[in-house]
Design a protein around this ligand. Structure first.
Ligand SMILES: *Cc1c(COP(=O)(O)O)cnc(C)c1O
Length: 423
């Protein structure tokens, strides 16, 4: 196959209806002041320029109003959550009442498992993917222990078939068919952090519910990346962070979805005052009465400074439009994968080839020597081609449609080609 040229990349950029959004982000520079090639948004999104205004507005309100800011800030802090939940619900295709913007991903996952993992009789197992992100595995294993269940027996980890890198949905269905009555809860990633595989979550939810299990999704690598409407996935709950594709800054407040069928349930939960229904919250009642929906799972008052950049970022997603972003994402990642294939046969993309089974991230394996692959990764970052490394031997790179250009992808592949020659 003939490989694309810089001219091809620049032509695509000129025809890209979303190209102007790039200028609304601060993209990092190298130590010598050159613009970096930023393909690290799956790990930490760059700063939307408008984030500064949102944070400064919150600081000014605090400066000028102190405690009165709860009611009189430009966005009053008591109801600050509304400015976050509404636009997030729109982006993720849920109802605002199904969304809570709170805590961090790992905390939200712990809270959701506290409410939704209810082992009973022979149904005690939690099913996750083998090689899950550590937090997810720790959360599942520690909840089993919390209930006196041995993770060695009850944590089921589904692996890819021998010789394959990715898990097949049909294998998950077979497992649920065979051991379904033992499984209390399925915790599954939308996009797997290491391989970049994107799953058919609606299919997984159907299989889990068919087996009588609860299903929760970890959307850390999906929120802001994949456009699936949450309402069509039928998960019982979902959690995500806001600093990856959602570009809300390091450690930004995370998110949580609770399906509306659980909206009024008296499901056990670990409660805090902010989850109490708003109308009577400040009467300081002794008995907890949950607010409707996901808001009833909040513990604490809103971290305004931790969430302010998310408001700026969500406005950019709304401006771009979810479908247009996905269209560009598909074309951009396709361009990336084809360029790698045409120019660098030494590089193996382990992320699935099928468009439906991947988002913005490509996971690359280089040669058989992980030591050299790691040196190549270090060389790339030192040269301003920003990607990341995940043990044991994976380089992850993603072209995010909000701010990446086809030229970024082209230059990244050229740097990688140079790295393969020189390292
Ligand atoms: C990024 C990520 C996390 C990070 O958890 P935090 O609580 O935000 O630090 C957890 N799980 C997965 C799958 C992730 O990709």
């Amino acid at each position: 196959m003939k490989s694309a040229t810089l001219t091809d990349a620049l032509e695509r950029d000129a025809a890209d209806p979303l190209r102007a959004l790039r200028s609304r982000f601060a993209l990092p520079r190298t130590r010598s002041g050159e613009p970096s090639i930023y393909l690290g948004g799956h790990s930490l999104g760059p700063m939307p320029l408008a984030a500064r205004d949102e944070v400064c507005a919150a600081l000014e309100d605090w400066e000028q109003l102190a405690v009165l800011g709860h009611e009189h800030a430009r966005r009053p802090w008591i109801t600050y959550h509304d400015a976050l939940a509404g636009p997030t619900a729109e982006l993720l295709g849920a109802q605002a009442e199904e969304i809570a913007i709170m805590n961090s991903l790992s905390v939200n996952l712990q809270l959701m498992l506290a409410s939704f993992y209810r082992p009973a009789g022979g149904r005690r197992c939690i099913l996750i993917e083998a090689g899950a992100f550590p937090s997810d595995r720790y959360a599942a294993a520690t909840h089993l222990q919390w209930h006196g269940v041995d993770p060695g027996e009850a944590l089921i980890e589904l692996s890819p078939r021998p010789g394959e890198d990715c898990v097949r949905e049909e294998d998950l269905e077979s497992l649920l068919g065979a051991r379904g009555e033992q499984i209390a809860l399925v915790l599954w990633p939308g996009v797997q952090y290491l391989t970049g595989q994107s799953f058919d979550l609606a299919r997984i939810a159907r299989a889990a519910h068919g087996a009588g299990a609860i299903v929760g999704f970890d959307l850390a690598h999906s929120a802001g990346n994949m456009p699936y409407p949450l309402r069509e996935l039928d998960a019982d709950f979902a959690v995500w962070c806001s600093y990856k594709y959602l570009n809300a800054g390091p450690g930004a407040t995370g998110g949580c979805f609770v399906h509306r069928r659980h909206q009024l349930s008296d499901r056990p939960r670990l409660a805090g005052w902010w989850g109490h229904e708003l109308a009577t919250r400040f009467q300081m009642p002794q008995a907890f009465r949950a607010a409707r929906g996901a808001a009833g799972f909040q513990l604490s008052n809103q971290s305004v400074l931790g969430a302010a950049p998310l408001i700026a970022s969500l406005a950019l997603f709304r401006e771009a439009g979810v479908q247009r972003l996905r269209e560009k994402s598909i074309a951009l990642t396709d361009f990336f994968a084809q360029l790698l294939e045409a120019r660098l046969p030494e590089v193996r993309v382990i992320t699935p080839h099928s468009i439906a089974a991947r988002g913005a991230q490509l996971s690359l394996r280089i040669g058989a020597d992980p030591g050299r692959a790691r040196r190549i990764f270090r060389w790339l970052n030192a040269q301003g081609a920003i990607c990341d490394w995940r043990e044991p031997d994976i380089i992850r790179a993603s072209a995010a449609p909000l701010y990446n250009a086809y030229a970024d992808v082209f230059h990244f592949v050229m740097r990688l080609e140079e790295a393969l020659r020189t390292v």
